[in-house]
Design a binder for this molecule. Structure first.
Ligand code: NAD
Length: 355
């Protein structure tokens, strides 16, 4: 048996339809009197106002200034608001972009965080923060960015458009897939990863037919929680590194990048992790994990090609250079030819055949 170390993350989780109504009690439990509620502009703001109202007197206001990839300018603007309203806590309601702003603020202020996730990105379960400065995204791990409390209320996800639900769900599945062959993998993470994939593989097709089905929304969010825990618990490998490189170099949408790259990264890594990937194939009812992931994404209408989500074809060599100079562990070490073939196939959206 593979030896392992296990260390649980100290995050309090409340899960259930309507659980957002507990926000006041959870704030009180943390001794919070003046929480700043943060979100993205638009639809996110309406949800944030509802949460602020549910907090009664414990909210100091709403700041709708979260931006994808956590640019430091957005964090500095929010930091001024935190100071102006003398906030003593942060409540983040939204997807990974909003959670990212909350974490960036917590890093600078050490304020406690309550997160109400509305996508399946999983950032709320990790001590990881990615921030963008002068066009460069830098990731760091710090226990101070880990939220104190996370409230998962599937009702908050009922209006998440199916296309976003799908790419976000594939982003979650990617965390679990890479956890299964992580260098520091362990039996607890294996259980969470396989259960997380199973929930999402069952729920996403149901959401295509009935996006407001509360049972399917609950299953998807449950799966996303488990996949997020995988991301927070063990190190990621080639797939996450590729997405980080591509997202940063070409400003690609986060979840869609994960959705398009995953089958190709899995095809490359499978020869070095055959047992783990056989488990993924089984969950997809497929003969092969990479082909199964590709077929699953194609069947539900997910983008399949990096070329279709904004990556220029002449960027492939630049991406190969970046991945070959990056330092990271992955089960099957990258070769220049292997990465070129992988990225060409992902750029075109081919059925993965192994690089
Ligand atoms: P996002 O937060 O940008 O949300 C995507 C879109 O969905 C936005 O337009 C948002 O307004 C909308 N939306 C969110 N919830 C909604 C709802 N319930 N109803 C309707 N619309 C809704 O995207 P994301 O994919 O959740 O997060 C991506 C960001 O998170 C990236 O910056 C990524 O780097 C980061 N991330 C970080 C970690 C980590 O551990 N640090 C993990 C995953 C993702």
């Amino acid at each position: 048996m593979h030896g392992f170390t296990w260390e649980g993350l100290p995050i309090r989780v409340r899960f259930g339809a309507g659980a957002r109504s507990e926000i006041g009690a959870e704030a009180e439990r943390l001794g919070v009197d003046r929480a700043l509620v943060i979100c993205t502009p638009g639809r996110g703001e309406a949800l944030a106002r509802e949460i602020a109202a549910l907090m009664g007197g414990r909210s100091a206001g709403v700041h709708a200034g979260a931006v994808m990839h956590t640019p430091v300018e957005a964090t500095e603007a929010a930091l001024a608001v935190v100071g102006d309203c003398r906030a003593d806590a942060l409540v983040a309601i939204g997807g990974g972009s909003t959670t990212g702003l909350g974490k960036a603020l917590a890093l600078r202020t050490d304020l406690p965080q309550i997160v109400l996730p509305t996508t399946y990105a999983g950032s709320e379960m990790t001590p990881i923060l990615g921030q963008t400065e002068a066009g460069r995204k830098v990731t760091q791990r710090s226990p101070s960015v880990l939220p104190e409390t996370v409230i998962y209320d599937p009702e908050l996800t009922l209006d998440l458009p199916f296309a976003v639900s799908l790419t976000s769900g594939l982003n979650a599945i990617a965390h679990a897939v890479e956890a299964l062959y992580a260098k520091d993998r362990n039996p607890v993470v294996k259980l969470m990863a396989e259960a997380g994939i199973e929930h999402l593989v069952q729920a996403l097709p149901q959401l295509e037919a009935t996006p407001r089905d509360l049972e399917a929304r609950s299953a998807a969010l449950h799966g996303a929680w488990l996949c997020g825990l995988c991301l927070g618990s063990v190190g990621m490998a080639l797939h996450h590194r590729l997405c980080h490189v591509l997202g940063g170099a070409f400003d690609l949408p986060h979840a869609a990048t994960h959705a398009t790259v995953l089958p190709h990264a899995v095809a490359y890594s499978t020869p070095a992790a055959p047992e783990a990937m056989a488990g993924v194939a089984r969950l997809l009812d497929a003969a092969d994990a990479a082909a199964g992931l590709h077929a699953f994404a194609a069947r539900l209408g997910s983008p399949l090609a990096l070329g279709a989500i904004g990556m220029p074809e002449n960027g492939i060599e630049r991406a190969v250079d970046a991945i070959m100079t990056a330092e990271f562990w992955t089960p099957r070490p990258p070769t220049r030819d292997g990465m070129r073939a992988l990225l060409r196939a992902a750029w075109r959206g081919d059925t993965p055949g192994g690089a």
